[in-house]
Design a protein around this ligand. Structure first.
Ligand SMILES: Cc1ncc(COP(=O)(O)O)c(C=O)c1O
Length: 291
């Protein structure tokens, strides 16, 4: 199992991987990123991640630092070198280095950094029992950048800290209108009646790649999917709630703001969707219940 870092195409051991203190990613959070994972050792949904990376870069008017072919080849090479059973990969692009000063024109060449680590997922108990969430009102840097996957997660990190201090596992982000729009690093879904409800991209969410696959999976299973945002109280009264992300797939929520959701454990719709999602990505079922 290995961790490694690739900076502008050069491979480093993690302890040797260094970025200039004049890099605008460090100075101003002037950067975007993608989080990918492998299934069976192969990177999943690379094109979808590169499409989103390009959209994030376009929102910040940063040029793609290398062609998609080069970025893909660097990713494949790093995954091969790391040789993990399953890997997590974080691809970051900053506007690059420049003299101190806020003006983006001070930087001339974007910096790209790829980190590869062994993949770790939440414990099985979280998939069986679900996690507890707190709904926290906050405004994020990404709210001003048209859903770009900005590196600045400060507001979400503070919301997560508040949620943890309140005894929960995760925070859900509440917007100015008082509606739950997503998790700190995940999208949110609710089962309401026999429909699956999840906020629309226009609500100001990150257009999650797992979210896309879950919506497609639900439609394949014959479910109606409604794009809408719910208030915390309505979310708590849903039959089932779950969050989705590349690293966690489909993770049940058993408690919203101290109120039990459904039976207080993974519900049947969440489990059916997760099983179908695993079939879609070609991975075995390892999340408990019947084999
Ligand atoms: C704010 C936010 N929403 C949603 C997601 C889930 O996106 P994906 O399914 O592409 O991992 C993430 C992932 O990091 C995120 O940071």
């Amino acid at each position: 199992m290995a961790r490694l870092a690739v900076i502008d195409g050069v491979v480093y051991a993690p302890s040797d991987a260094k970025i200039s203190v004049y890099d605008r990613g460090f100075l101003y959070g002037d950067s975007v990123f993608e989080t990918l994972r492998t299934y069976g050792g192969r990177a999943f949904a690379v094109d979808e991640h590169l499409d989103r990376l390009e959209r994030s870069l376009a929102a910040l008017a940063i040029a793609l630092p290398a062609s998609r072919a080069v970025l893909t080849a660097e990713l494949m090479d790093a995954l091969l070198r790391a040789d993990n059973t399953e890997s997590y990969a974080r691809l970051m692009v900053t506007r690059g280095q420049g003299a101190l000063g806020l003006d983006p024109a001070l930087a001339h060449a974007a910096t790209r950094v790829l980190l590869v680590e062994p993949l770790t997922m939440p414990p099985l108990a979280s998939y069986l029992r679900g996690i507890r969430v707190r709904c926290i009102r906050t405004v994020r840097a990404s709210d001003a950048a048209h859903s770009a996957k900005l590196a600045n997660y400060l507001a979400s990190a503070l919301a997560l800290r508040d949620a943890r201090q309140a005894g929960a596992d995760e925070a859900l982000v509440v917007d100015r209108a008082g509606l739950v729009i997503e998790g700190t690093t995940s999208n949110v879904f609710a089962v309401v009646g026999d429909r699956l409800v999840t906020p629309a991209v226009e609500a100001g969410i990150l257009d999650g790649i797992t979210r896309h696959h879950v919506i497609a999976t639900a439609r394949e299973l014959g479910m109606d999917v409604e794009l809408a945002s719910l208030a915390p109280a309505a979310l708590a009264e849903s039959r089932e709630v779950f969050i989705t992300s590349t690293l966690r797939e489909i993770l049940p929520v058993s408690e919203v703001d101290g109120h039990r959701v459904g039976a207080g454990a993974r519900g049947p719709v969440t489990e059916a969707l997760h099983r179908a999602f695993r079939r879609r990505v070609g991975a075995p079922w390892v999340f408990g219940g019947d084999p």
